[in-house]
Design a protein around this ligand. Sequence first.
Ligand code: CTP
Ligand code: MG
Length: 227
Amino acid sequence: MDLLPTIILAFWFILPAYAANGLAVVFGRGHRLNLPLDFGHNFIDKRRIFGDGKTVRGLIGGAAFGTLIGALQLISGEQIALPWISSNAPIGFWVILAYTLGASQITLYFLIYQWLFSTPLFFILMGLPTNSRAIFAPTTFHGFLLSFGALIGDLIGSFIKRRLNLERGQPAPPLDQLDFITGALVFSFIVFIPPLEIIIILLVLTPVIHLTANIVGYKLRLKKEPW
Ligand code: CTP
Ligand code: MG
């Protein structure tokens, strides 16, 4: 499998989770009509359950936006990406198929092509993961699972940080960078298990991207801390 297409595919797959996590920061800003998810309550250790950094607005806004991204991915995947991939099938692939069938049987040829296009074999021939189809055109529900899972993972991360006596916003690497991605992956497993290489790429590259994005968010004054 080629590395660059797989990296692109990995980020296309995880986009709703990134969108939800990023937009939670935007939706969660300010105090007006913005309740913390723990309603200000403490846990049995007398520290906040999640803290003021996890809000109802952030959760709902982030999940709604991520789901919307998933719906747009479905439309663009079906209208643009999949037709484009199928039109770019390597010439050798066409030739072998035509040769095997005898060039005159053109109808059969197209039927078989159509059928092949929905099988893992087609994607292997294209140097892509076997279940690429579900990544290119995910369902809206999958978008919801990825974004909601990301925010739940982030929430669990904050719960752990509070138990470790870390104040809201204090850094806790690599927890801050990996909590949301882990949550998104686990929730998405309900409907779809991505190829292992995609999971590895995401776990390796997400901390780098997360740190970069947070520095940018900090410079744009969207975030209070650069982590
Ligand atoms: N945010 C929110 N609701 C969420 C997640 C995030 O309102 N469910 C907003 C908050 O304004 C939060 C900001 O996004 O301050 C950045 O998120 P994050 O870095 O995850 O939170 P921290 O403030 O760093 O808090 P914690 O120490 O609990 O991670
Ligand atoms: Mg933080």
